[in-house]
Design a protein around this ligand. Structure first.
Ligand SMILES: Cc1cc2nc3c(=O)[nH]c(=O)nc-3n(C[C@H](O)[C@H](O)[C@H](O)COP(=O)(O)OP(=O)(O)OC[C@H]3O[C@@H](n4cnc5c(N)ncnc54)[C@H](O)[C@@H]3O)c2cc1C
Length: 451
């Protein structure tokens, strides 16, 4: 059975403004390699260049169905952050405090490591390190955020603090802010520029990259044989760096489901339009909902805002990248946050899949024997994580011991999603629960919450 092809999708701001892009030629021959990587997002590209750095003699090929950055890596909110899953408090409730301590340590190194990589390799991606605000917009969210700050301080992470409404509004002025969690460790990048600069780094290190080369079949006896419409690869080892598309592969069908998040970008704002808002520090901002809103200011002074409603699709369908209601919600939310921006033009609307595991935790590891590796479940927080995961995948592939492999994301027990129709019912019920809880936390400011 053939793996379904991916649909075209509305271009993200980042991909639209990228400028001239020259994809690598598609695969039109048979090649034989040590490692084949499927997927040209952060996970795939970073795994490729990490492998070649560790062992320049390895023969590595990367196959991307469309162009590098087509998936979440070219469409995301651009936050490289320490958050795992649905945030500190929820993760502690689901997985325990020790898990949060270990996961947060991993993620701190993920953010710092990405910053070091960008500097060391001179990757052109508009990186800044402005810090992160998780803003409270209701009394209930104040309690939730203060609980999270206390939890992280108890676990020894002292750089996460609560700041008063006045301090928040000195940074970014919205009357809806009632205080915030402040964490200095956050990078903002241009994701399309980053993933494509990483593609070029991988090429310089000798990785063979084939774009517009969707993998349509994979067999594994005795070596892996991977076919694309016009070529094939035999490989000793395979990495499935396919994130929210992983369920399309029979080997990974039950490990994750895709959920879709949506984004908008405004036209560039003038200094006069920004004056009432401030935002000189260009902090990355999220709210404290389960179905978070996340937003930032770009170097050319656009506001990029995402989140709120989350889409689900049936079985193998990937037609979830567009949602007019979600985009309308985001436009209303922008004006709710910053009423002075009423009437501002929205120039870009897009969406994309993020990968969700049953226990809302990231997972990577071996599939069956030690020749195939997967990585799923970034739950919309994979920009920095995917880079550290790539180093863990490298160590698994090279079968070498490292502290990375002690991370709780590595080789965990993955609870399988059920087949349809139960899968849709389970995912729908989880989303409904998260929405209901958001509604409850926002009961003092409704009717803004979506039903
Ligand atoms: C709208 C949006 C906003 C987000 N915002 C943030 C954020 O601000 N911060 C954050 O940390 N995370 C965010 N995320 C999540 C983050 O972008 C991802 O976790 C991360 O990019 C995952 O990278 P990846 O390489 O694992 O997957 P992807 O970038 O999705 O790459 C997977 C690749 O596999 C390819 N592929 C699939 N099937 C095949 C096939 N058959 N053959 C060949 N190739 C195939 C796809 O084309 C794709 O390029 C967001 C996600 C979305 C969708």
């Amino acid at each position: 059975m053939s793996i379904p092809l991916l649909p075209d999708s509305p271009l993200s701001l980042w991909l639209d403004l990228f400028g001239d892009y020259h994809p690598q030629p598609d695969l039109q021959e048979h090649v034989s390699v040590d490692v084949a990587i499927i997927g040209g997002g952060f996970t795939g590209v970073a795994t490729a260049f990490e492998l070649k750095k560790a062992d320049p003699n390895l023969n590595v090929a990367l196959l991307e169905a469309k162009t590098v950055g087509y998936g979440a890596s070219g469409r995301n909110g651009s936050f490289a952050m320490t958050v795992v899953g649905l945030g500190f408090g929820v993760t502690a409730m689901l997985r325990g405090k020790d898990y949060v301590r270990r996961a947060h340590g991993y993620m701190m190194k993920a953010v710092d490591g990405l910053e070091e990589l960008i500097h060391a390799e001179n990757l052109d991606c508009d990186m800044i390190r402005p810090g992160f605000l998780r803003t409270a917009t209701t009394q209930s969210y104040i309690k939730r955020i203060q609980h999270d700050v206390k939890l992280m301080n108890e676990l020894g992470f002292d750089d996460i603090t609560w700041i008063s409404p006045e301090e928040v509004r000195q940074r970014v002025d919205s009357t809806v802010y009632l205080g915030a969690m402040w964490e200095p460790r956050l990078l903002l990048i241009n994701p399309a520029k980053l993933v494509r600069a990483e593609r070029d780094l991988a090429l310089r290190r000798g990785v063979r990259i084939y774009e517009n080369s969707p993998v349509v079949t994979i067999t594994s006896q005795p070596q892996f044989t991977i076919t694309t419409p016009r070529g094939s690869v035999t490989a000793e080892k395979v990495v499935f760096a396919t994130n929210g598309y992983s369920h399309l592969f029979p080997q990974l069908k039950r490990k994750q489901v895709p959920a879709f998040t949506y984004m908008i970008a405004t036209e560039p704002l003038s200094d006069r339009q920004l004056e009432p808002i401030g935002w000189q520090g260009k902090e990355g901002i999220e709210d404290a909902r389960n179905l978070i809103h996340y937003y930032r200011l770009t170097p050319d002074q656009r506001i990029v805002l995402g989140g709120g409603p989350v889409g689900l699709t049936w079985a193998n369908s990937l037609y979830g990248d567009s949602d007019r209601d979600a985009w309308r919600h985001l436009e209303e939310h922008l004006v709710w946050l910053f009423p002075s921006l009423k009437g501002v033009q929205v120039t870009h609307r897009w969406g994309g899949p993020f990968s969700v595991t049953m226990n809302l935790s990231p997972a990577l590891g071996y599939i069956g024997d030690e020749r195939a590796i997967y990585s799923v479940g970034c739950i919309g927080h994979g920009v920095s994580m995917s880079h550290r995961n790539a180093q863990a995948i490298r160590d698994l592939l090279l079968e070498r011991q490292s502290e990375l492999l002690e991370c709780p994301f590595v080789n965990p027990r993955v609870i399988p999603w059920p087949p349809e129709p139960l899968r849709m019912m389970t995912a729908g019920a989880l989303r409904a629960y998260l929405q209901l809880e958001d509604w409850w936390y926002e009961r003092e400011i409704n009717p803004l919450t979506e039903p």
